[in-house]
Design a protein around this ligand. Structure first.
Ligand SMILES: Cc1cc2ncn([C@H]3O[C@H](COP(=O)(O)O)[C@@H](O)[C@H]3O)c2cc1C
Ligand SMILES: O=C(O)c1cccnc1
Length: 356
């Protein structure tokens, strides 16, 4: 058997292993929250979130205090087309920053009591650090405007890496996940994926990323159009799409969603790039859907339409456009709030009002 076939089988086995959502527990959670000392439904989305968490875990108010953001890092050959305001050399510098605890996501993770798990799935530089998970598939992708970003075997390897990382974190006791990424150029790859899999036009999907000019934005649209024309990815084959016009960290994050669903763990989706990865995961395995929690609406232009296509509703809109998992880690506070309300609020019965 070829390595590629072996990887295909491993991915299929993971998809087949996704745990079904427990509707009965979601209903029980709703009954419980209707009995709490407030008008039914008055805690809005927090009540939906509590019901979702119960359905995911099979517990009414699961213990989710061990939480981690998985930050997948990789580089993009398409940067040579001038699609980002920053050079690829920033990617390894930011990986060192994550490991030293100085990036925005580190600050927000400390505040939320979450670990930052940094994975090198394809940074175009030699990186070594005791806290870095070194899972390099290749030294950055090829330029997708000229040919496939990577081959199918590499895309599968990156997806399996995400599944493996999340599984091993779950085995170590992590119960709640967030997705994050670092990779200069990755809003271009995400826009190409969104164009193909969510059937958005490149004009709708492409945004300013790190902050490019009007002129560079028009050029970035053309680069995405060219990448799709040159590679002709098959929209019915998400692995083909992420291989030809995607990125290693995006494929890795698609694996993170599948792995979390396998392990029965909720996973909070960050911004535009993490959402593009969620789209790849959903096209591979619809069973991932009930495990996804959208966090924020990114300022990146294609995010609103992408979330609509995903059928996900973000909790907040803060004008953030950073990635790294920053918006998702902030949403850990809402997850914790939903659980604490379920567990700590008095019921009508407690206060002597039986039949309300
Ligand atoms: C210092 C710095 C830190 C970042 N952290 C996340 N990103 C974000 O910006 C990049 C995507 O934007 P584009 O496609 O325009 O390159 C990704 O690395 C994303 O995570 C950063 C970007 C920079 C410059
Ligand atoms: O929404 C995001 O994830 C995003 C937007 C711009 C740049 N980096 C990340």
């Amino acid at each position: 058997m070829t390595t590629e076939n072996r990887y295909e089988e491993q991915l299929q086995a993971a998809i087949d292993g996704i745990r079904p959502f427990n509707e009965a527990y979601a209903r029980r959670a709703r009954q419980h929250s209707d009995g709490l000392t407030k008008p039914p439904g008055s805690l809005g989305r927090l009540e939906d979130l509590a019901a979702q968490l119960a359905g995911i875990t099979g517990e009414l108010w699961p213990e989710l205090s061990r939480k981690a953001v998985i930050v997948m890092a990789a580089d993009h050959g398409v940067c040579e087309e001038g699609v980002s305001a920053f050079p690829s050399s920033v990617t390894p510098l930011m990986v060192h920053n994550f490991l030293a605890g100085g990036a925005a996501v580190n600050v927000l993770a400390r505040q939320a009591g979450a670990e930052v798990v940094c994975v090198d799935v394809g940074v175009a530089a030699e990186l070594e650090h005791p806290m870095l998970l070194s899972r390099k598939v290749m030294m950055g992708t090829h330029n997708m405007a000229k040919g496939a970003a990577m081959n199918r075997e590499q895309a599968l390897q990156a997806i399996l890496t995400g599944i493996e990382v999340v599984s091993s974190q779950a085995e170590q006791g992590v119960r709640l996940f967030a997705t994050g990424e670092m990779g200069i150029g990755n809003t271009t790859a995400s826009a190409a994926i969104a164009s193909v899999l969510a059937e958005l036009s490149p004009e709708q999907a492409v945004g300013r990323g790190t902050g490019i000019s009007d002129e560079a934005l028009a050029h970035k649209v053309k680069v995405v159009q060219r990448a799709i024309a040159v590679n002709d990815p098959d929209r019915n084959d998400p692995v083909d799409v992420v291989a030809k016009v995607g990125g290693l960290e995006i494929a890795g994050l698609a694996g993170v969603y599948i792995g979390a669903a396998m392990r029965g763990c909720p996973v909070v989706v960050d911004g535009f790039i993490s959402s593009a990865a969620a789209l790849v995961a959903l096209k591979l395995a619809e069973g991932v859907r009930p495990y996804l929690i959208a966090s924020h609406l990114s300022h990146e232009q294609g995010h609103r339409l992408l979330l609509e296509k995903l059928g996900l509703q973000p909790m907040v809109q803060l004008g953030m456009r950073l990635g790294e998992g920053t918006g998702a880690v902030l949403a850990f506070h809402y997850v914790e709030a939903a659980l604490r309300l379920m567990q700590e609020m008095a019921t009508f019965q407690d206060i002597g009002l039986e039949n309300s």
